[in-house]
Design a protein around this ligand. Structure first.
Ligand SMILES: Nc1ncnc2c1ncn2[C@@H]1O[C@H](COP(=O)(O)OP(=O)(O)OP(=O)(O)O)[C@@H](O)[C@H]1O
Length: 942
């Protein structure tokens, strides 16, 4: 090996060793707590400053200072974060969105605090702890890595750590002190962060913004190791370090050189982009992290006050007015986050990139330096920049289609860092670039007035996006993505729309910001700003345009009136505390967490009142308006005969306020009151069977009753086979759901009922077999497309949209479903008894029985031909089940094909035309309910 190669390899190993340290720390913290610590780099920076302070400012001995920094300050900081920030969140349920925002909050807080304490400028006198030669650093990494690996595999603590990571609650039940494990994980992670910081600081710029970001770039190493395998993390870190240094030897000519230099200097960013965008996402266990909550209605007059406050700067002059110029521009940038994060529920840490691109493109277009385009006047340049940047929204929109939560946070962060490093920081893109203001708006006052006009336009655009059909679909997607798909929402297209609109708004704001500053300043669009803006919008009400205006005023005002860093520190504190205030932005999320069968055990007083009004005095059948033909004789099983369940099935879900009388002993299952066992009504309904609501109108989505109506298509499955890894969950299943019939599937837990249901609904794709709707093969059709064809479904675990009202929930179904029928919402609400005061209540917090009706109403409003119901009676009381049965019978009588997967055999007996029994992934018996269920009852014994 030549001496140059050798030297470069050693230098690369040195950098790689520092990255490996961070990778080890990030993985251990993640394993111990489930939190990807976004503050890792900020902790590294703080520790580097502490060491420098001890040695340079106070003149303390290096090794004493290092011991204090690494063995006391760093672990102490980690333990304090665990105790005061993350433990309270995990006690509250550990919502991944909250922990993510909290860790970004800690990042922002530490960065702001460091800027306040030590000033925003860079230091070049950080003390050298380990010499630049790599052997010492490599030895540190090797010892640490080996100790951690042995510790995790061989020690009791390691076993406890793995137990906590797998299932914190189960581990606690098993006697593990999860808090101690998490505290140790945080302390160790912070120690490694501190070590990375003090090792790196002498060789890079030590400043509050640069070092944290540099350290966070190495998160790529941990992601590449799937947040799990330490050896992979170390190998990747060392490999990238060496490759990065070797790249400095290459000197291609022409355009290749600056590009190669950029790549060579930022190989960890390239790795981050690949790891975050190309590798399967981390954090798969973070189901449905949603950083947005219910939109709190702005108090009356708040908009007027905001309007007056935003007009006030027109009366200012000089420096104050010059500072105020940033507020409308930043407001527009933050509005982009209201659309993407607040309304669409998509985490976006990369908005600063779009804002920067807006400013850069505006400057290039106005200077006539944009390739292929002529020089444009400033305002036209701004408009053109918005148009050019908008499609780039797919850079983050595309990853969002298949990612959520932590994986999406990483992907958007990676894009932000990538654009910053490969575009904003490159002299070929930005050198000598200036940015003027539009002609006639050169003075601060005139420019501020122009900004207000642009802000008003942006507010109107946001209002249009958030209101109406698109706004409701966005909110539905945010509240419950699977529920939105089931309602027919085209989720991937909607995500792209959210990100493209967000990119356009951010570009507009960024361009305005650049014109306000009269320059393209890459620092103004640094990825750290992206984190700060995200945190600011989330803490001040993600789904509130007024919150965005307030956040912009706060960010600009705090930093202008005081030392730089105050705004970040304040936002950081708020972000750290955000999940802990009842009624805060996460209230709706917590409510969403309660939306499970038997979830909200105590209805709110208002909910209880509504419920009483809807159901009448207890006990008794619920007065849910149903089809005219649904008579008392059709009222389903007698109260007191319910409760028979599939042998091996799960116990009954808790019933509501109506309670449940004891089951009648010895009663043969499947003999509903008023209907002799086995005797069924005619299955094929005539047109006259169309249910009428109280006002005589046809029920929602019904077909016009004409004699010439073609036969309705049914749903059919042939030879379905589904495998989960090596396990066969469905094995050659055939099923037909004819129009006008109720088909039921029963079977013990784990039989494959839900898997079959998912195949029909489009959420699981079989490895073999076909699903047909009429003559059409729909095996590969996604869920939302099936809904639009007329195959609607409900969920075993409720999938309503908690931040939308009952009526809006139903409206989403009507707007996205098979038929666009303006009257469907009202008719469906009436049909299911939801047209009273309850229609205007947000779904969050309503009783389970009401929410089941809301979900059913949403499905019906789409005008389905096939209705798939997964345990529709779970969590309902006897009267509610009876009312549900009446509605379902009426629907079948009207020609809808119904599938009911249900454990409640009495409901099945009273409802179904044909029952299929599933066991171990196969249908083992089929027939009329009387025969099949009696046989099942005998098999179950007395
Ligand atoms: N995503 C998955 N990955 C691996 N195995 C799965 C998955 N989903 C289901 N299974 C397994 O497939 C089998 C069938 O599950 P399925 O949920 O379809 O049964 P089920 O009859 O609906 O049960 P239940 O009544 O409890 O809902 C079970 O053994 C289950 O553990």
């Amino acid at each position: 090996m030549s001496s140059l190669t050798y030297d470069l390899t050693l230098a690369g190993l040195s950098v790689g060793a520092a990255a490996a340290l961070s990778g080890i720390g990030l993985i251990v913290t993640y394993r111990a707590t489930g939190v990807l610590n976004f503050a890792h780099g900020a902790i590294a920076m703080v520790c580097a400053y502490v060491l420098r302070n001890c040695v340079v400012e106070w003149g303390w001995p290096l090794w004493w200072s290092a011991a204090l920094t690494l063995l006391v300050v760093a672990p102490g900081l980690g333990a304090a974060l665990e105790r005061f920030v993350f433990r309270p969140l995990s006690v509250l349920g550990g919502d991944p969105a909250q922990t993510l925002v909290a860790s970004i909050g800690v990042f922002v807080l530490l960065v702001g605090g460091a800027a306040l304490l030590w000033g925003p400028g860079a230091r070049d006198d950080a003390p050298v702890l380990v010499a630049a030669e790599p052997w010492g650093q490599l030895a540190v990494v090797a010892v640490l890595g080996a100790a951690v690996a042995v510790g995790i595999r061989r020690t009791r603590f390691g076993r406890e750590l793995r137990a906590v990571v797998d299932d914190r609650r189960l581990a606690v039940l098993g006697g593990v002190d999860a808090d101690r494990v998490a505290a140790a994980g945080w302390a160790f992670g912070s120690f490694t962060a501190g070590l990375t910081g003090v090792l790196l600081a002498p060789y890079v710029r030590l400043d509050p913004y640069g070092l944290p970001l540099l350290v966070m770039e190495v998160v790529a190493v941990a992601v590449a190791a799937r947040m799990r395998v330490l050896t992979v993390a170390v190998a990747v870190a060392l490999g990238i370090g060496v490759a990065q240094s070797q790249l400095t030897r290459l000197h291609p000519s022409g355009w290749g050189e600056p590009l190669l230099q950029a790549v060579g200097a930022n190989l960890f960013v390239v790795a981050l982009l690949i790891a975050a965008l190309a590798l399967p996402g981390v954090g798969a266990r973070d189901a449905l992290p949603r950083p947005a909550g219910a939109r709190a209605p702005a108090p009356p007059g708040a908009w007027i006050v905001a309007g007056v406050l935003f007009l006030l700067p027109l009366g200012l002059a000089g420096r104050d007015l010059h500072t105020a110029v940033q507020v409308p521009a930043l407001s527009v940038v933050l509005l982009s986050l209201v659309v993407v994060t607040g309304r669409g529920g998509q985490i976006s840490l990369g908005q600063a990139a779009y804002a920067g691109l807006g400013a850069l493109f505006t400057a290039l277009l106005a200077a006539g330096r944009f390739p292929g385009l002529p020089r444009l006047p400033e305002l036209a340049a701004l408009a053109a920049a918005v148009v050019l940047v908008a499609p780039l929204g797919v850079l983050t929109g595309w990853p969002a289609i298949g990612r959520r939560g932590l994986a999406l946070a990483l992907a958007t962060f990676a894009v932000g860092v990538g654009v910053s490093r490969f575009v904003f920081d490159q002299p070929y893109a930005t050198s000598g670039l200036s940015l003027g203001r539009p002609a006639g708006f050169d003075g601060d006052r005139a420019y501020y007035a122009l900004e207000l006009a642009l802000l008003a336009g942006a507010l109107l655009a946001v209002r249009a996006l958030r209101g109406g059909r698109t706004g409701r679909a966005l909110a539905a997607m945010r509240d419950h993505e699977s529920g939105a798909r089931a309602a027919g929402v085209r989720v991937p297209a909607l995500k792209l729309l959210a990100f493209v609109s967000g990119a356009a708004l951010a570009a507009l704001g960024g361009g305005m910001l650049g014109m306000g500053l009269r320059a393209f300043d890459p620092g103004a669009y640094d990825p750290v700003r992206g984190l700060l803006w995200f945190a600011a919008v989330v803490v001040l009400g993600a789904d509130s345009a007024l919150g965005a205006l307030l956040a912009a005023a706060l960010l600009v005002g705090l930093d202008a009136g005081t030392r730089g860093g105050v705004a970040a520190a304040v936002i950081g504190v708020l972000a750290v505390l955000v999940g802990r205030f009842p009624g805060g932005p996460y209230e709706a999320l917590r409510a969403a967490g309660r939306l499970r069968p038997g979830g909200p055990p105590e209805p709110t007083p208002l909910g209880a009142r509504v419920r009483r009004r809807l159901r009448g005095p207890e006990p008794g059948p619920a007065p849910v308006p149903v089809a005219a033909g649904a008579t008392a004789a059709d009222a389903g099983p007698r109260a007191g005969t319910r409760g028979k369940r599939v042998p091996g099935g799960r116990p009954p879900a808790p019933r509501g306020a109506g309670g449940e009388p004891p089951a009648a002993p010895g009663r043969a299952a499947g003999t509903p009151a008023g209907r002799p066992g086995g005797t069924r009504r005619p299955a094929a309904p005539g047109p006259s069977a169309a249910p009428r609501t109280g006002d005589g109108k046809a029920s929602p989505g019904r077909r016009d009753a004409t004699a010439a109506s073609p036969p309705l298509p049914g749903l059919g499955a042939r030879a379905l086979r589904v495998r989960y890894g090596g396990f066969t969950a469905l094995d050659g299943v055939d099923l037909d759901l004819p129009a006008g019939r109720v088909t039921a599937i029963v079977g013990p837990n784990g039989a494959g009922k839900s898997t079959l249901f998912h195949c029909l609904a489009g959420t699981v794709r079989p490895v073999r077999g076909t699903v047909r709707f009429g003559a059409r093969d729909i095996t590969r059709l996604p869920a939302h497309a099936r809904t639009r064809l007329g195959i609607a479904r409900t969920f075993q675990q409720l999938a309503v949209f908690p931040t939308l009202t009952v009526a809006e929930n139903v409206r989403v179904g009507a707007e996205q479903g098979r038929v666009r029928d303006a009257g469907a919402v009202e008719r469906t609400l009436r049909l299911l008894g939801l047209d009273g005061p309850v229609r205007a209540l947000p779904a969050a917090g309503l009783p389970t029985g009401t929410l089941r009706r809301v979900e059913l109403a949403r499905a019906l409003a789409s005008g389905p031909r096939v209705l798939l119901l997964d345990e529709p009676a779970a969590g309902l009381d006897t009267a509610e089940v009876a009312a549900l049965a009446r509605v379902l019978r009426a629907l079948a009588a009207d020609g809808t094909a119904l599938l009911v997967v249900e454990h409640d055999l009495d409901l099945v007996a009273g409802l179904a035309d044909v029952v299929h029994v599933m066991t171990a992934g196969r249908i083992v018996a089929s027939g009329p309910p009387g025969h099949v269920l009696d046989a099942l009852g005998e098999a179950a014994g007395p």
